[in-house]
Design a protein around this ligand. Structure first.
Ligand SMILES: *[C@@H]1O[C@H](CO)[C@@H](O)[C@H](O)[C@H]1NC(C)=O
Ligand SMILES: *[C@@H]1O[C@H](CO)[C@@H](O)[C@H](O)[C@H]1NC(C)=O
Ligand SMILES: *[C@@H]1O[C@H](CO)[C@@H](O)[C@H](O)[C@H]1NC(C)=O
Ligand SMILES: *[C@@H]1O[C@H](CO)[C@@H](O)[C@H](O)[C@H]1NC(C)=O
Length: 505
């Protein structure tokens, strides 16, 4: 072989090696650190034990009020913007009120169209106000012997009463007592939200929230977890954060400072265990979906308003500027799970383009990750950033939440992964330039009588198919303190052998 021929051969080989590195990024084998810096009560309900008064009346609790005197329900006529009446035989949307907790006994009542109940006119309580003030604030006083029975005191000091079914009034003077009188209501309450907003806001002005949040942030995820993850084949963590992290140590009320220090700690632990970090903006100002995991107050989503999107871009800017030079940063996910009904494709695409530029101000290599809209086909986003580099589309695959997945066998679920999920991933890969990331999945299936081996088989099918995604996968989640939620708990799933080391790699 002539020397220059050898040199040419070596050059070509080297180029091939470099090219193959460039073309196939690191495959992510990740675990979400869910429920840590954005609270999700279903993962650790004990957090709420520290709320001593009216723990069942948190922000977003949905109440119905039935007059014991009339036997009928309080109703916001037309769903809101009109008078309040007490003439309904049954309760549904217009007879349901979402609580805003002002203190442990004072609340505002949001009606169906998102106006607030107002007692500014004591002879004509209505729901015409867009924003609540003192006349829209009520004290709920429970009967000590039967907490379902309540008096509702207005700002004037007088009580709401149902003396006329055609008009709720705020003119009961004096102490009503608990006989069958017009100021006594039977209250039912449903509490769909146990998130960061509910927990932080429940303590009012006391310092208890600081203690609860500090304890949680210091103990729910620790350095030891990163060692465990590294020892089990994991090379990345996806860390959900809330928008208030950018305003540490004094975030806007009711959020509690300290999550930034926790994220800094995670970067340190990641660095010393050779683990990468994806920062995932899970809760954006105004909430991009109706669920507690976007730190929603009451299920109403207003993220799409311009001022909220502007703030969100500032948050991305902050995160990119703070962590872009940290060697453990792998990527920034611009927004988790916007919901189709709340966020239009146009608004989301515009935001993703702006968010991409914010990240690129500080880093030319960090992956910029978009999340699918819940309720929409994720293919709509594969080309949103089509002129750009290191772009990822995150899809979430749970065989749960819709009747499609009920009453099926374990084998059906395994087949669904091998066929439907595999095809979906391949279609997304072929449709655009974004790398594909299965950024959330769990081992939960609604099957009765499935054995440990069944769950291992299902997990192995998922791991096999999700590693075909060009960016890789991330399990939800590292830990779930509810004993019955084993299939959402990485640590316990490894310990029980349902997630097998050989399948993870
Ligand atoms: C309350 O009083 C009304 C009449 O004022 C009566 O129709 C209703 O049955 C009473 N309810 C109870 C629980 O005593
Ligand atoms: C107060 O409500 C009553 C009863 O609906 C109504 O007749 C009256 O006009 C209202 N007063 C004002 C100032 O709106
Ligand atoms: C990017 O996508 C848009 C529409 O989705 C399309 O019009 C445009 O041609 C694409 N550009 C590239 C470089 O693929
Ligand atoms: C599980 O499936 C049953 C039907 O077999 C359904 O009624 C139930 O709601 C499902 N549970 C969950 C948590 O999805």
């Amino acid at each position: 072989m002539r020397p220059n021929f050898l040199l040419m051969f070596l050059t070509i080989s080297l180029l091939t090696v470099i090219q193959s590195f460039a073309a196939s990024p690191l495959k992510i084998r990740s675990v979400n650190l869910g429920g840590w810096l954005v609270i999700e009560g279903w993962m650790k309900m004990s957090l709420f034990d520290a709320i001593l008064e009216n723990r069942d009346l948190l922000d977003g609790t949905q109440i119905e009020l039935k007059s014991v005197n009339l036997g009928t329900y309080v109703c916001a006529e037309d769903g809101g913007g009109q008078k309040m009446v007490v003439d309904r035989q049954m309760a549904s949307g217009w007879e349901t009120f979402k609580l805003w907790r002002v203190s442990s006994t004072k609340f505002q009542l949001r009606v169906f169209n998102n106006n607030f109940v107002s007692a500014a006119n004591q002879s004509g309580v209505d729901s015409t106000k867009d924003t609540p003030g003192e006349w829209e604030t009520f004290e709920i006083l429970r009967n000590p012997n039967n907490p379902k029975l309540v008096h509702i005191k207005a700002y004037s000091g007088m009580y709401l009463q149902a003396k006329d079914e055609n008009q709720l009034t705020a003119d009961y003077n004096g102490e009503p007592g608990w006989d069958n009188n017009s100021a006594v209501f039977e209250m039912s309450n449903r509490a769909p939200f146990h998130g960061e907003f509910q927990l932080a806001n429940a303590f009012g002005t006391s310092s208890a929230a600081q203690v609860v949040f500090a304890n949680h942030r210091n103990n729910f995820v620790t350095a030891k977890d990163f060692e465990f993850l590294a020892a089990n084949g994991i090379n990345t963590v996806r860390i959900p954060v809330g928008w208030w992290i950018a305003y540490d140590p004094s975030p806007p009320k009711p959020f509690v400072g300290g999550s930034l220090q926790a994220l800094d700690n995670a970067f340190t632990w990641a660095g010393s265990n050779n683990i990468n970090v994806i920062i995932d903006l899970h809760a954006a100002p105004g909430s991009q979906n109706p669920w507690e995991h976007s730190a929603n107050r009451d299920g109403v989503s207003t993220w799409s308003k311009k001022e909220n999107i502007d703030t969100t871009l500032e948050v991305i800017d902050f995160l990119a500027s703070r962590y872009s030079r940290h060697p453990a940063l792998l990527g920034i996910e611009l927004l988790n799970e916007a919901q189709k009904e709340d966020v239009s494709l146009d608004v989301l695409e515009t935001y993703y383009k702006q968010g991409y530029e914010r990240v690129r101000k500080y880093s030319s290599t960090a992956y910029v990750i978009m999340s699918q809209r819940i309720g929409a086909d994720p293919i709509e986003l594969v080309n949103t950033l089509n002129g750009s580099t290191n772009v990822v589309l995150d899809v979430h695959y749970y065989n749960a939440y819709t009747p499609t997945f009920d009453d099926k066998s374990v084998q059906w679920h395994v087949d669904y992964i091998n066929n439907e999920r595999r095809t979906s991933i391949a279609n997304l890969e072929n449709a655009g330039n974004a790398l594909i990331f299965v950024g959330e999945w769990s081992n939960q299936i609604n099957v009765t009588g499935a054995s440990n081996e069944d769950f291992a088989r299902y997990a192995t099918a998922q791991l096999t198919v999700y590693k075909e995604a060009s960016f890789g996968w991330s399990f939800w989640s590292i830990r779930n303190e509810d004993q019955s939620n084993l299939h959402w708990d990485f640590e316990r799933s490894v310990q029980t052998g349902q997630l097998q080391r050989g399948a993870i790699n």
